[in-house]
Design a binder for this molecule. Structure first.
Ligand SMILES: Cc1cc2nc3c(=O)[nH]c(=O)nc-3n(C[C@H](O)[C@H](O)[C@H](O)COP(=O)(O)OP(=O)(O)OC[C@H]3O[C@@H](n4cnc5c(N)ncnc54)[C@H](O)[C@@H]3O)c2cc1C
Length: 285
């Protein structure tokens, strides 16, 4: 399929990109890695009159350390995250997650900014950034703002991002000695999560869980934090019985979706199983 015609603009600076977006805000789309947008254009599910390709803006690239935080540019690809030695040492949950995304071709082109801006309810990185309490930098004509990821996602392909704003960076913490893991169940055909679970656990010297953060994707219309699981784990020593009991809370108060990959009942059960497995995987290290 061939996309509908559009005007293509490839700015070399963030300022140029933001001005272009502001002047065409009613009918413009940002192109980053193109892995989600290009199929939509080709199927004519999206027919913007203007496309701004942000792929040549140097300010949006690179991973920087800033004290106990890491700032990841929006253009950083899934493959760069997967192979980043800095992230492997300082925030391994992101490489653990990126390595599960699609295939090598998609990981070489797809970007963290695109993945988050797209707000796909089955996207992998949204679960990881939820577990990390990441912040998302959004830049528009009125300057930049940092949005907490819990406030960023609104629902199916919807976020608080304005049409003339660009996701410019993602801020994640250095996770130090915390135990992390990402596990997903996905059909081989698409690789998209039927359920994906990101886990971050802090254990004290005696092995008691002092903090738990569980981000889940694929299960409802947006990535979410499994608050009841976290509450059940926190302040206790994590044995198999407790982990099972906590995992059974993963879909409490969640409107679990049904689709071609499974019924609501199936997905609920799968979520409980994968939450338990992901916690165990994090503890194994
Ligand atoms: C075959 C296939 C399998 C896939 N499997 C998986 C998978 O298993 N797991 C997974 O998580 N993803 C998967 N994806 C999606 C992939 O990860 C995409 O890379 C990602 O969703 C979008 O990133 P992108 O850079 O390609 O964005 P694009 O496709 O360029 O853009 C996607 C959307 O986000 C907007 N956008 C892009 N960048 C920005 C920005 N910086 N600021 C504001 N808006 C922006 C665009 O306007 C567009 O609406 C798959 C894709 C394909 C084609």
């Amino acid at each position: 399929m061939i996309p509908a015609s559009f005007e293509y603009y490839a700015p070399r600076s963030l300022g140029e990109a933001v001005s272009y977006l502001a002047s065409h805000r009613d009918d413009v789309k940002i192109l980053s890695g193109g892995q989600s947008l290009m199929p939509l254009l080709k199927m004519r599910l999206s027919k913007p009159a203007y496309i701004v390709d942000i792929g040549r803006i140097p300010e949006l690239d690179g991973i920087k350390e800033a004290g106990d935080q890491l700032i990841i540019g929006a253009l950083v690809t899934h493959a760069q995250i997967e192979f980043s030695e800095l992230l492997k040492r300082k925030c391994p949950l992101l490489p653990q997650t990126a390595t599960t995304i699609a295939d090598v071709q998609v990981r070489n082109r797809g970007t963290i900014g695109g993945s988050i801006a797209h707000a796909d309810p089955a996207g992998d990185l949204p679960a990881a950034i939820m577990a990390l309490d990441a912040e998302i930098q959004c830049t528009g004509p009125n300057g930049e703002r940092w949005v907490k990821c819990r406030e960023f996602f609104l629902g199916l392909l919807m976020s608080v991002l304005e049409p003339d704003e660009i996701v410019t960076a993602i801020k994640v913490p250095v996770t130090g000695a915390d135990k992390t893991a990402y596990l997903k169940a996905a059909p081989r055909s698409s690789g998209f999560a039927v359920v994906g679970v990101a886990v971050r656990l802090a254990l004290d010297a005696g092995g008691t869980c002092s903090r738990a953060a569980i981000g889940i994707t694929g299960v409802t219309d947006k990535a979410y934090r499994a608050a009841h699981v976290e509450q059940t784990l926190t302040g206790k020593k994590l044995d198999a019985k407790l982990i099972e009991a906590a995992a059974a809370e993963a879909t409490r108060n969640i409107d679990v979706i049904e689709d071609i990959n499974g019924s609501g009942e199936y997905r609920t059960q799968l979520t409980h199983v994968y939450v338990a497995r992901a916690i165990e995987a994090a503890l194994r290290g």
